[in-house]
Design a protein around this ligand. Structure first.
Ligand code: PMP
Length: 330
């Protein structure tokens, strides 16, 4: 029988899919590692599973334990699924600017969500940093994964994403491109691919213009899940051969093209990574194989990236009717 005992067993082992249309005229092959195939819909399932397993092994997370983390997005979903399957409670702390839909998703999985005011300084007792620290201290049996410092975040990619890409390409991968948020994906996958190839595989980070990884100071950008204004411990500052800055406009227009032209309904950081991958591919050799990681699906972005009015309000819609979702009906 081909029956999985738990959804947790289905985390990882995501497919590689060749891009065809957005790569027109590009000499090298570009293939996407499509992380929305994970049960929680994103790459973050991988780190959730490994952070929890490691905390169980070290005794930090005990039966009846409570997972406390400031997260509103993909990491929360991954943690909620793994926690539920293993019988832990989840207590997530989110700022009140987070969309109600995201909070509803976390609650749907059975997580408890504490909403904190955004309009206070980080050291205020009601800020979401302070509240999550206090809950982690005061709730009995609490454990805080802290994806920004937890070595099991990059390690999960060293042990899963990296080996998968090497095996799926029969060792022919020449470049790996991924966005940088906590840096876990690029640092862990990059370390594995560098080691196994004797340093041959080039590691390229994609970063929203203005973020620290590409030399900015943390200027606000709208693409979600990537870019930072601080340097987290989970990012290996020596791993990237190059970091490419991509604007919101480029990221979101490519995200829309991925849905329309490649059938890939994915999030904005995916469009960003593909823009960077195409820049790499433009100067690559014909037999080079560029693997670009697409972290999540696009359903969570329908009212933003896939909404013409939202795009137009920010000046992101290109004038060509080809790029609009409704402009080309006739
Ligand atoms: N894209 C999205 C949508 C994400 O949620 C994340 C995780 N923050 C990333 C990209 C970046 O991954 P990492 O944290 O491993 O650098």
């Amino acid at each position: 029988m081909r029956v999985y005992d738990s959804l947790v067993d289905l985390m990882g082992n995501t497919p590689l899919v060749r891009l065809h249309k957005v790569t027109a005229g590009v000499p090298a092959q570009v293939v996407a590692k499509v992380e929305y195939f994970n049960p929680g819909g994103s790459v973050k399932d991988r780190i959730a599973a490994r952070m929890i397993e490691a905390a169980e092994a070290s005794g930090e997370l005990r039966p009846g334990g409570v997972i406390v983390e400031p997260t509103s997005g993909n990491t929360g979903v991954g943690l909620a699924i793994v926690a539920q399957q293993k019988g832990y409670r989840c207590l997530f702390v989110v700022p009140d600017k987070v969309a109600q839909d995201k909070i509803s998703v976390l609650r749907a999985y059975g997580a408890e969500v504490v909403v904190c005011p955004t309009a206070v300084s980080p050291d205020h007792p009601d800020s979401y940093y302070s509240v999550s620290d206090r809950l982690a201290r005061e709730v009995p049996n609490a454990w805080k994964p802290n994806q920004y410092t937890n070595v099991n975040n990059p390690d999960s990619h060293y042990h899963s994403t990296g080996p998968e890409i090497w095996e799926q390409t029969d060792g022919r991968v020449t470049h790996f491109v991924a966005g940088i948020g906590t840096g876990g994906t690029i640092s862990g996958t990059g370390r594995y691919l560098k080691e196994v190839s004797g340093g041959r595989v080039q590691i390229i980070g994609a970063d929203p213009e203005g973020s620290v990884y590409s030399g900015g100071s943390g200027r606000p950008y709208l693409v979600e899940g990537v870019g930072e204004d601080i340097w987290p411990a989970t990012y290996d500052t020596k791993i990237c051969d190059e970091v490419i800055a991509v604007t919101d406009k480029e990221s979101f227009n490519m995200t829309r093209r991925l849905a329309r032209e490649e059938g890939l309904l994915v999030g904005g950081s995916c469009g960003m990574a593909v823009v960077a991958a195409l820049r790499v591919a433009a100067t690559a050799a014909p037999d080079d194989m560029i693997v670009v990681l697409l972290p999540d699906g696009g359903r969570g972005y329908l009212s933003k990236i896939f909404n013409d009015d939202w795009m137009a309000d920010y000046g992101f819609l290109t004038t060509s009717s080809e790029e609009g979702l409704v402009g080309d009906v006739l």
